[in-house]
Design a protein around this ligand. Structure first.
Ligand code: MRU
Length: 353
């Protein structure tokens, strides 16, 4: 997209777009070791399920540059895999790479791992683009039905910042917008990390009309017919179609259900955990209180300013589970399907057990 890829490689060096500085500053940061990559994932310099999977794979490769032993491979996989618990992409990508590398001689491991990480990155970009093509039909159809700009509500950031390129939930919007279909996006602010401002940043870059709303506004807009469809991303989808996404997603799905608004989840196969069936099996990340307590913005002179909110106790649950029954459909790289075991099996028969 206009912003380029969120993770880039130049002659063996990995650079990430540091999302902790956005939307105030656009800076790429060199990552040279697995430890630096682990820190970047933990503090969310890189974030979003597909992107942290790719970052994890590059982190493993970087670890092998100086020491490609079995012991160091195991250590790096543990270090990187422990950074964030909810998005399954991270574990899946690291485990896939580790399995492949155990059959490779140590002398060849760095080259193989680096090439594999690059291939995973390219693959995620392709998957996102396909999700965009499949999901765009929902927006075209809504436009044909209403004859006016389609209002899509989204939560968190599931665009190119959260992936490598295109995005998941935002990809259908980019494809439809690129075709000239009029679309307007309601962007949930997404406290406490305010990923909604990342979404607004992306949408501005792509010139997609949008409006940021406080997190509790969606229900009101749906009651008044001002949302045609919701599209969100997912950090882990179960084999039976429950989805786990940024905290607050569940409440939007409930409001959508109550108001007859279609609620779609853009779900690449890389975010599906085929080993579990129920959302309650998904580990929900709890992050530090400081994320709720401190808030950043610009002061009157345009300088970034951080202020503290007054309270003595905070709880910061980062994700919640939306049961499959509240999901109208999943948008995958292979097409749309019902959020159910049968639906997923119809598109991914190789995972039917
Ligand atoms: O905590 P974050 O910012 O990594 O959470 C990201 C989300 O919840 C996204 O919606 C999700 O990863 C879907 S991604 C394309």
């Amino acid at each position: 997209m206009n912003g380029g890829r969120t993770i880039q490689t130049k002659g063996g060096v990995v650079e990430i777009l540091d999302q902790t500085l956005l939307p105030f500053e656009t800076t790429f940061r060199r990552i040279e070791t697995a430890e630096q990559m682990a820190e970047a994932i933990r503090v969310m310099r890189v974030r979003g399920a597909p992107l942290i999977g790719v970052a994890g794979a590059f982190g493993v490769a970087l670890a092998l540059k100086s020491d490609a032993s079995d012991a160091n491979l195991a250590r790096a996989c543990e270090l990187l895999g422990a950074t964030r618990p909810t998005a399954v992409n991270l574990r899946r990508r690291i485990d896939e790479l580790r399995r492949e590398l155990t059959t490779v001689r140590p002398a060849e491991r760095f080259t193989r791992a680096y090439a594999r990480a690059q291939a995973i990155s390219d693959e995620e970009a392709t998957l996102s683009r396909r999700i965009g093509e499949h999901g765009a039909e929902l927006i075209r159809a809504a436009h044909r039905r209403t004859g006016r700009a389609v209002n899509v509500l989204t939560h968190c950031n599931a665009g190119w910042l959260a992936t490598v390129d295109w995005g998941t939930a935002l990809a259908p919007i980019y494809v439809a917008h690129g075709e000239g279909v009029p679309v307007h996006v309601w962007v949930d602010e997404t406290r406490p990390r305010n990923q909604g401002y990342l979404t607004a940043y992306e949408l501005s870059q792509e010139r997609v009309p949008h409006t940021v709303i406080a997190d509790n506004t969606g229900g009101h807009l749906m009651q008044h017919g001002r949302v045609d469809l919701c599209i969100v991303g997912t950090d882990r989808t179960t084999a039976a179609g429950d989805v786990c996404n940024k905290v607050g997603t569940y409440l939007k799905a409930l409001a959508a259900h109550d108001n007859g608004v279609p609620f779609y989840v853009a779900a690449p196969e890389s975010s599906i955990d085929w080993s579990i069936s129920h959302g309650r099996e998904i580990p929900i990340e709890e992050r530090g209180a400081e994320e709720l307590e401190r808030i950043r913005g610009l002061d009157a002179s345009g300088q970034v300013l951080e202020v503290r909110l007054p309270a003595s106790a905070f709880a910061n649950f980062a994700f919640d589970v939306t049961p499959a029954r509240l999901v109208t459909g999943l948008i995958t790289e292979r097409g749309l399907c019902p959020a159910s075991r049968e639906g997923l099996r119809s598109l991914f028969p190789e995972h039917a057990r």
